[in-house]
Design a binder for this molecule. Structure first.
Ligand SMILES: Cc1cc2nc3c(=O)[nH]c(=O)nc-3n(C[C@H](O)[C@H](O)[C@H](O)COP(=O)(O)OP(=O)(O)OC[C@H]3O[C@@H](n4cnc5c(N)ncnc54)[C@H](O)[C@@H]3O)c2cc1C
Length: 390
């Protein structure tokens, strides 16, 4: 889309995704989460219908469309109460990186499965002692004959228990065992989840979600030469190729969640009546909801701009817009969810009405995949040319 009007195909896709997601909805999502189960049925139906791989190349089983379409899928699923984090990770980050930088064999091996949902690939960059400062990651790979030996630790890695493989961001060592550089010169490895030496423990989170987070331990994991995706050193462009999609999808998830909350609240306040009129007539409720709607629509516009620029190949323009969209959508959805809970009064805090559970989940949009503060740093430095404090 390079106009404000979505094409007929995009509108049809939106409708089809919304219709599929409505058959599951937040009740299904929360039931699965509370039972400690995964949303396997939803994932495999979305895969079969071509929604998960809509952005991936047609020759490897994808839909041949772009990030615009994938973000639309994410937004509609999230608006139906099914914001799946693995949509951000598997097709958007990993699918993009492998289809842009993988070898022919790697593409054939991974992309068709990622596209139809039969393969899920987690993504691991965050480390306990590095956090937002990815330059400090210490997961290292050294050569051993034709193989790679990978060691390190990762934290908050989503969906490892559902994944067949993890795309791990590490760095290669010099022959003498020293780090090549202080700054990040990443190397990306596909590590099958059954690789000897890789283990994980679940992190207990307060988020009600069918997807779990893990601490990942890589203890001298031996990988064949073709586990490396792209350059063995300074694959920064490759990593960045995955980061714009990640931010656009983070924004899409938050926009969808905001829509979900506003929808729930407006349905409720239209009928709930404790004075002469439904409570939605009181401006103390209608104005904040109108404000939430405006903020979500503005964030969505920036998300669409980011996806459009990305699909046109303007990575620099997409980076600024994707960061801004992720920031705006995160802030708008946190406020929308808070206002939705408020609009439902006591019912807002019950399990039955299904909105309180979103309170913690909505905060994720301020923290991951990149925090609000790191986006403000990016905009201050890149858009405004201000100096860094760190
Ligand atoms: C549910 C969930 C799922 C996740 N899934 C994944 C995943 O699948 N894969 C993966 O690799 N990671 C994942 N993450 C990790 C996520 O990307 C990080 O949590 C995030 O990047 C922040 O890092 P941190 O938690 O270490 O916070 P820290 O870096 O310790 O930051 C803590 C606070 O300090 C602020 N701060 C840090 N540096 C600065 C600075 N220079 N200026 C101003 N403020 C600063 C931050 O903004 C934040 O508010 C996930 C996290 C969560 C919560």
């Amino acid at each position: 889309m390079s106009s404000f009007v979505e094409t007929e195909e995009q509108q049809a896709l939106r409708k089809a995704v919304a219709a599929m997601a409505a058959n599951y909805g937040e009740k299904y999502y929360l039931e699965k989460a509370r039972a400690g189960e995964h949303t396997t049925e939803l994932w495999s139906e979305a895969g079969k219908l071509g929604f998960i791989g809509v952005n991936l190349p047609e020759e490897y089983g994808g839909g041949g469309a772009g990030m615009y379409e994938l973000s639309l899928v994410m937004e509609e699923m999230s608006a139906a109460g099914c914001a799946l984090l693995l949509m951000v990770v598997s097709p958007a980050i990993n699918g993009t990186i492998i289809s842009k930088f993988g070898t022919e064999d790697q593409k054939k091996r991974w992309i068709p499965g990622i596209a139809d949902g039969s393969i899920t690939m987690a993504f691991a960059i965050t480390e306990p002692d590095a956090g937002s400062n990815s330059h400090k990651i210490t997961t290292t790979a050294r050569r051993d004959g034709g193989d790679w030996i990978l060691s390190g630790q990762k934290v908050y890695i989503s969906g490892v228990d559902q994944a067949q493989a993890v795309l791990v961001v590490g760095r290669t060592l010099r022959e003498d065992g020293a780090h090549k550089s202080e700054s990040l010169r990443p190397a990306l490895f596909v590590v099958p989840t059954d690789a000897p030496g890789m283990s994980w423990t679940k992190i207990d989170m307060e988020i009600v979600s069918p997807e779990n987070q893990f601490q990942l331990f890589l203890d001298e994991v031996r990988l064949p030469a073709d586990a490396l995706v792209g350059s063995e050193d300074a694959a920064i462009a490759q990593l960045f190729a995955g980061l714009n999609p990640e931010r656009i999808m983070g924004a899409a998830s938050a926009v969808g969640m905001g829509r979900f909350a506003i929808n729930k609240a407006t349905e409720y306040v239209k009928t709930r009546q404790v004075w002469k009129t439904p409570i939605g007539a009181h401006q103390g409720l209608s104005h904040p909801l109108a404000q939430n709607h405006i903020e979500i629509e503005l964030a969505k516009l920036m998300m669409q701009k980011a996806a459009t620029l990305y699909d046109l190949g303007d990575d620099g323009g997409a980076a600024e817009a994707a960061n801004m969209a992720k920031y705006a959508a995160g802030e708008a959805s946190v406020r929308a969810v808070d206002q939705a809970v408020q609009s439902l009064g006591g019912n807002g805090l019950t399990k039955e009405y299904g909105i309180a559970s979103v309170l913690v989940a909505s905060r994720l949009a301020r923290i991951a995949p990149v925090s609000r503060e790191m986006i403000l740093n990016f905009v201050a430095q890149t858009s405004l040319g201000l100096p860094r404090s760190y």
